[in-house]
Ligand binder design. Structure first.
Ligand code: CAA
Length: 262
């Protein structure tokens, strides 16, 4: 499939989508968002893809935000539509039934941080910078930042970052719980791929159930969340993956998961 603004590659069951507008620091214009939407549909439909990695082309940026040149002239109605479109693409990342890792290799600002927030977790280069600088433009985050950042790091920390528009280095983002792990720029992709390979070797049924339980549980009360967990546990138990995983333990060997329910 031909894409101009993103690159997509698949190796050993791991798909990598690379935002590819390095001259604009991979800013999200409508064309990129449309391509990303199609690519995510393809990933969702491809049963051989076990893990998705998102990263940015070049050594300067993951994504420097929504394309300011494109959004500068929007009317209120067009801005609402733009935010809806961006959110719906980013929601597709969160809804994928496979693990998604953000490899933040440079600036992840505005829509870039919002994109990373929809991933399951974030690994970042030491040189990366993150933040939601929209108030600096007289705006607020429009691709989910006010919601996902406060759910992840707490409303007080999120408010400070959103109100000030402060751009913070990866280590500070890690201290806040926004970033899981920080690596030197040279080691980042190797570390991301190592984790991706270990996830690709796990049972697809159990990873899917774990993601569903955590994500759905965050949007509900504890009792309902625990019920979701019970159902996921029961579904995993009847999968061929659980049969293989438990038998491999007893037979003292490594499991070979097929990723099938039955
Ligand atoms: N949109 C469009 N173009 C962008 C861009 C963006 N978000 N960020 C960078 N670029 C372009 C620059 O215009 C420049 O292009 P030209 O060479 O044609 O002038 C090129 O990328 C390189 O950028 P700089 O020269 O500015 O590079 P720098 O190293 O001096 O600064 C930076 C890097 C600090 C990231 C700076 O580019 C910057 O502040 N970018 C904007 C960040 C931002 O405000 N993002 C939020 C956008 S709004 C948003 O995302 C809303 C939402 O929630 C959906």
């Amino acid at each position: 499939m031909d894409f101009e603004n993103i690159l997509i590659g698949v190796e050993e069951g791991i798909a990598t989508i690379t935002f590819n507008r390095p001259k604009a620091l991979n800013a999200l214009n409508s064309a990129l968002l449309a391509e990303l939407s199609r690519a995510l549909d393809n990933v969702a439909d491809d049963e051989d893809i076990r893990v998705l990695v998102l990263t940015g082309a070049g050594d300067k940026a993951f994504v420097a935000g929504a394309d300011i040149k494109e959004l500068a002239a929007l009317t209120a109605l067009q801005a609402k539509r733009f935010a809806q479109k961006g959110q719906s693409v980013i929601n597709k990342i969160a809804a994928l039934p496979i693990p998604v890792i953000a490899a933040v290799n440079g600036y992840a600002l505005g829509g870039g941080t919002e994109m990373a927030l929809a991933c399951d977790f974030i690994y970042a280069a030491e040189s990366a910078n993150m933040g939601l600088p929209e108030t600096t433009l007289g705006l607020i985050p429009g691709f989910g930042g006010t919601q996902r950042l406060s759910r992840l790091i707490g409303s007080n920390q999120a408010k400070e970052l959103i109100y000030t528009g402060k751009i913070i280095p990866a280590r500070e983002a890690q201290t806040l719980g926004l970033v899981n792990q920080v690596f030197s720029a040279e080691l980042l992709m190797g570390a991301v791929m190592e984790t991706a390979r270990s996830l690709a070797a796990k049972g697809r049924v159990s990873l899917r159930a774990a993601k569903e339980a955590v994500n759905s549980g965050l949007d509900t009360d504890l009792a309902t969340g625990l019920k979701i967990e019970q159902d996921g546990f029961a579904i995993c138990m009847i999968s061929t993956d659980a049969e293989e995983g438990t038998r491999a333990f007893i037979e003292k060997r490594k499991p070979v998961f097929k990723g099938r329910l039955s």
